[in-house]
Design a protein around this ligand. Structure first.
Ligand SMILES: C[S@@+](CC[C@H](N)C(=O)[O-])C[C@H]1O[C@@H](n2cnc3c(N)ncnc32)[C@H](O)[C@@H]1O
Length: 296
């Protein structure tokens, strides 16, 4: 999961929001930034984040990004609650950040699926030939050998917004699970973390940090430059969907939502005149949403 800069830039609002104060530059979504230009369209099989695989692998490393370690993975493991001996699917596994935790919880088998051949190679290098791990290059939105009804549980971490066809992916998740199987997804909060459309702002009059959302209700394909500061310029596409569309995709696939949690950042502001307002905002506006479902 990409990370935002540690220190938020201090935006000097000239006017209060009511009077038209603007957004705070750089205060957007974790790691998603950069100019708006269309993501390249590819022909051929879906390859997920293959073109940014080297950057993403380095960013996540062996233990995960700061958000992975402090918010995303703890929530995913708590909601998934894997029991020893279970067979678990990690859908859109990337370079496998969740896999060590599943093995630590004594999963008997882990199936990692991702569309990026390079991220799967990286997972293979990381874990070596472990008989408990099966790594597959495949499109999560298309029927595949892994969607075989054999899994006790499945997880999809930080990828709900990266797949082009969420209802299709939800159907494949359901197909991968045994009856009564569990599914957990953690993803960017659909209401407050919309790249290029949601920003922090500072209301000088009320001394509060607010979240401004410019667009929400219409699904959008948002091109993202993943590491603009590093001379790169590779793009991925963020598929924004209103929260109702996300939950409905899983419900219609036969995955009944039992828990929906909103996850807040663990980060706190540097001491300063805005610290109180900023720290309050961090507790008001969730960064991620986590859902837990059961296959009906
Ligand atoms: C933000 S990364 C998350 C990876 C990993 N779960 C993590 O938390 O580090 C999104 C992942 O979704 C994968 N992906 C995107 N579209 C996909 C698709 N249609 N089928 C399978 N994987 C896909 C990408 O290749 C990438 O590895």
């Amino acid at each position: 999961m990409p990370q935002p800069p540690r220190k938020r830039p201090h935006y000097q609002a000239k006017k209060t929001w009511k009077q038209g104060g603007g957004p705070r530059p750089g205060g957007g979504n974790p790691g998603y930034s950069g100019p708006k230009r269309p993501a390249p369209r590819r022909d051929g099989p879906e390859q997920g984040w293959d073109q940014v695989a080297g950057w993403y692998d380095k960013l996540v490393g062996d233990r995960g990004s700061d958000y992975h370690r402090n918010v995303i993975l703890p929530a995913a493991m708590r909601l998934l609650a894997p029991a020893p001996g279970e067979k678990i699917l990690d859908l859109c596994c990337g370079q496998g950040v969740l896999i060590p935790l599943l093995l630590e919880a004594k999963a008997a088998k882990v199936t990692g699926v991702d569309a990026s051949p390079r991220l799967i190679e990286s997972a293979q290098r990381r874990f070596g030939p472990d008989p408990r791990i099966d790594l597959v290059v495949a499109d999560a939105c298309v029927p595949g050998s892994w969607a075989d009804g054999s899994h006790d549980a499945a997880a999809c971490i930080m990828a709900v917004h990266d797949v082009p066809d969420l209802p299709a992916m939800a159907r494949q998740v359901a197909a991968s699970l045994k009856p009564g199987g569990r599914f957990v997804a953690v993803f960017m909060h659909p209401c407050f973390r919309i790249p290029q459309q949601a920003h922090w702002g500072w209301d000088e009059g009320r001394k509060l940090q607010f979240r401004r959302v410019d667009r929400y209700g219409v699904p959008q394909e948002i091109p993202i430059v993943t590491h603009p500061g590093q001379g790169g310029g590779d793009t991925t596409t963020f598929y924004h969907r209103p929260v109702g569309d996300v939950l409905t995709a899983f419900g219609q696939a036969g995955l009944g939502v039992t828990v929906c949690e909103e996850l807040y950042s663990h980060r706190r502001s540097q001491p300063g005149p805005r610290a109180k307002g900023e720290n309050r905002a961090v507790k008001e506006f969730p960064v991620f949403m986590a859902i837990s479902c059961v296959k009906r």
